[in-house]
Design a protein around this ligand. Structure first.
Ligand code: ZN
Length: 331
């Protein structure tokens, strides 16, 4: 079956599509050192990347992401690897393509695209044109390696979201796009979930689905999905496994698999069509999510009280102005 047909068929036939869990968390468990570029493992440790993909395919994911989140030239520049963006992205896709095709798996291979790490003008120094070029190079690499679709995530700036859309249009490939609403319900640029719903109507190429990933915790993420209910496209929910906590300089996620199962049920009731996990989400979490979704029949949108009761308190209110630290100290 043609890959675009497979995705279209899944979107029509299935009530919810299961996406995968965290890449970084999984690679750290397999021995990646913090500070190393995960994308170098596409060549240095390709059997472990294959193992990671395999683990999520085996438990029934409809969509898996490539190991290319930081694979654009600006992010790789931090590791002295800026000239390898196309190659490392291509290989991240080739490993997945080979695995899926050999086993005849009905799995959509999505090419992960993360932020460049640079802010676009006028806030930062990166020109919009350059941002498009950087994303386009990576997306062409992912295409050459055989992805079915592009999956951009953890974006916070509407200009960056638009640049990905333009790059996907140049590469003639469909894409998904999620933002991270990690600052009291808004992105760090102050962009709200409903701002994103409006933005998609004016893009060079609309995504197939829109939504939220990462952020603070599952409660905030489900509320974000509720706030996007007017979107004309399917919604994506990819929450972290609980709230991130710093312990002895390391980051931990406090969510157990049963909490992520609750999150998935609430995300579905809030209107999410594609559900997976972000940072801290292991195979055990996605397994619990899958089991919960297979037996869920309730489709009534949850109240904010129910979300807080089941998943914990919200971190703040979206749409309200984010207070500056200075103001907070003066209170
Ligand atoms: Zn994350």
């Amino acid at each position: 079956m043609q890959s675009s047909e497979l995705l279209a068929e899944k979107l029509v036939k299935k009530a919810v599509l299961l996406a995968d869990g965290a890449m970084g968390t999984s690679l750290f468990e397999l021995g990646l050192k913090s500070g190393d570029a995960p994308e170098t493992w596409n060549t240095l440790q390709s059997s472990k990347i294959r193992m990671h993909y395999q683990s999520f395919i085996e438990l029934g994911c409809d969509i898996i992401l490539t190991n290319s989140f930081g694979g654009n030239s600006l992010r790789l520049h931090l590791h002295g690897l800026s000239d390898r963006a196309f190659e490392l992205s291509r290989i991240s896709a080739e490993i997945g393509r080979d695995l899926i095709d050999k086993n005849n798996n009905e799995v959509v291979l999505a090419g992960s695209v993360g932020p460049t790490g640079e802010l676009i003008k006028p806030i930062g120094k990166l020109s919009y044109k350059n941002a498009v070029e950087v994303f386009h190079e990576q997306i062409e690499g992912l295409r050459a390696g055989g992805v079915d679709v592009i999956w951009a995530e953890t974006l916070s700036d509407p200009a960056e979201y638009t640049a990905v859309s333009e790059a996907a249009s140049l590469a003639n490939v469909q894409w998904f796009g999620t933002m991270s609403f990690d600052t009291k319900g808004n992105t760090m640029m102050g962009f709200t979930p409903s701002n994103l719903v409006s933005l998609i109507e004016d893009l060079p190429l609309k995504p197939i689905a829109v939504g939220a990933n990462c952020g603070v915790g599952p409660a905030d993420l489900v509320r974000t999905i509720l706030d996007m209910k007017d979107a004309s496209l399917p919604l994506i929910a990819k929450a972290n496994a609980g709230i991130p906590e710093f312990i002895d300089g390391e980051i931990f996620y406090n969510g157990v698999p049963s909490l992520m199962a609750e999150y998935a049920l609430l995300a579905k009731r809030a209107g999410a069509k594609i559900i997976g996990g972000c940072c801290g989400t292991s195979v055990a979490h996605i397994k619990a999510i899958n089991t919960a979704l297979l037996t869920s029949t309730d489709d009534s949108p949850p109240s904010l009280q129910e979300i807080e009761a089941k998943l914990g308190r919200f971190s703040g209110n979206p749409g309200t102005r984010v207070r500056r630290k200075r103001n907070r100290r003066n209170r």
